[in-house]
Design a protein around this ligand. Structure first.
Ligand code: AHR
Length: 504
């Protein structure tokens, strides 16, 4: 029998403000993300600075609030001074076994960030790098003048400081694969001393601690998070977490449940933050930054990992639904999740795919673009009555942790409300075959239509975009009336729908 559902919205039942920084992205020196992605001097599509104009336009349209740079694993063996000034040495780069030409570095990235109108978020090297090098980078980018590194920036043609506010203290330092991997205690000591030097250079920095990456049991994630929070609780503003999910066993329904694993982990870390805050010397709370998340499981082995075409995942509709599930999760946890960065921008597990003379937008581009354009305001604690399913025990993607999910709703919902009455309702219908006819009920005040309707869908869950055809895109459908206490809407199978109207 066809399913029915109810979505109950109460504008008085609030969770927290949606932070625009949850619509962040990430550019790492890896594969064809920088070289051949955003920077491609030989391409006919590039401007005189060597930047791809099609990629700039698509990135602007994506409404990226914050762009993380330059890694990722790459940063743990990166000397930022190689990427500024005239001399740009070729370096053997050991995070991904490639040669880094250093043609593109800090100043080129800042030009790109300006062109796409995004806020930069830098990561310092706490692998092979010293605390002094971390400080010197902040001095180069943010210090006004009169010192060696600030004057060097001016010599390089950048008179004014960039005032880069967001900096993370290393990347995935808990991971055994990370160059310069440390234990939690040693990482915390190094990060604290780096932070001391960096904030004495610029007191306005907002710092991010490297939390447990990917929750690998062999890395004892909760021990790592507890120590790092305890040691850095007076120093950092965010703790960074990472999650990659996939569908290696071709089980669509298991895969669709993976964003809920992220939400469980948010809750666990939130508990540790609460404990650390009890004797912290600060007014505000540490927040969670999911500063890497995505679907990543196909391009993950052998030659896929290295060289020029590393991590070139091709996404389908199922992946786009999962990304919308992540965004719904971030909105439902808007009180604590205050930053998120999809990993990554172009070619490398990217929202876009390029060749020297062409580009197309992958399926996962569309949910990010849609939410980042509209979904702001106060997150609402929506009540959903939807049929549910249970999953098998399964690995979420990287083989790092087994999980089993119960009561996974077919309809996954988040909503936001603005002071001026605007309400945005985001609905993923995970059902592969059935439309779900749903009563939307307003519990405080009435709906005021018309509702704009945006839908991301495709012929089936395996539909992919290619250069030749893009079956998965956002479509604006006809408005629906939706006035009064309730209205009914039918969500088609395997779709993301955004309804935008008012409650007054
Ligand atoms: O985004 C790809 C890689 O995944 C990043 O370099 C690393 O931080 C994570 O393991």
């Amino acid at each position: 029998a066809a399913q029915n559902a109810e979505i109950k919205i109460d504008i008085d039942r609030t969770i927290g403000e949606v932070d625009s920084l949850i619509y962040g992205n990430f550019v790492e020196h890896l594969g064809r993300n920088v070289y051949g992605g955003i920077y491609d001097p030989d391409s006919p599509l590039s401007n005189e600075q060597g930047f791809r104009e099609d990629v700039i336009q698509a990135t602007r349209d994506l409404n990226v609030s914050l762009m993380r740079y330059p890694g990722g694993n790459f940063v743990s063996n990166y000397d930022w001074e190689d990427g500024v000034g005239e001399e740009r040495p070729n370096r053997l780069e050991l995070a991904w076994s490639r040669i880094e030409s250093n043609e593109f570095g800090t100043n080129e990235f800042m030009e790109f960030a300006e062109a796409v109108d995004t806020e930069p978020y830098f990561a310092v090297n706490l692998g092979t790098g010293t605390i002094e090098e971390a400080q010197q980078w902040v001095e180069y980018t943010n210090y006004e003048g009169g010192t060696y590194y600030s004057e060097l920036r001016k010599e390089h043609g950048h008179e004014e400081p960039y005032d880069i506010k967001y900096w993370s203290l290393g990347n995935e330092m808990d991971g055994y694969w990370q160059i310069g991997h440390l234990n939690a205690e040693d990482y915390s000591k190094k990060a604290r001393e780096a932070a001391k030097m960096m904030t004495r250079t610029d007191p306005d920095l907002s710092l991010v601690a490297a939390g447990a990456s990917n929750f690998r049991p062999d890395a004892d994630p909760m021990h790592w998070n507890r120590i790092v929070l305890d040691e850095l609780k007076d120093v950092v503003d965010y703790i960074a977490l990472h999650i990659y999910v996939g569908d290696p066993n071709d089980n669509y329904y298991n895969f669709q449940s993976t964003p809920h694993v992220m939400e469980e982990r948010t809750e666990l870390v939130e508990g540790l933050i609460d404990i650390a805050m009890q004797d912290a010397d600060r007014e505000d709370e540490i927040k969670i930054a999911w500063d890497e998340y995505n679907v990543w499981y196909r391009a993950r082995s052998g030659s896929d990992m290295e060289g020029e075409t590393a991590l070139e995942e091709r996404y389908n509709l199922s992946d786009a639904l999962v990304i919308a599930g992540f965004l719904n999760g971030f909105i439902r946890q808007a009180d604590i999740v205050k930053m998120a960065n999809l990993a990554q921008l172009v070619n490398v597990i990217g929202t876009m795919f390029t060749t020297p003379d062409d580009m197309f937008k992958q399926t996962i581009y569309y949910p990010i673009q849609l939410y980042a354009e509209h979904a702001y305001g106060t997150s609402l604690d929506v009540h959903v009555n939807s049929e549910t399913y249970d999953t098998d025990e399964f690995f979420i993607g990287l083989g790092e942790q087994q999980t089993q999910q119960s009561d996974v709703p077919y309809l996954d919902v988040s909503a936001t409300h603005q002071d001026d009455g605007e309400v945005i309702i985001n609905v993923v219908n995970r059902h592969r075959d059935e439309a779900i006819t749903t009563d939307l009920i307003s519990q405080t005040g009435g709906f005021e239509g018309p509702f704009e309707v945006y839908e991301i869908n495709g012929p089936d869950v395996n539909a992919r975009n290619t250069f030749e055809e893009q079956p998965v895109q956002t479509e604006q459908l006809d408005d629906v009336q939706g006035g009064g206490e309730s209205f009914t809407y039918t969500f088609p199978p395997h779709s993301v729908t955004m309804l935008k109207g008012r409650i007054a």
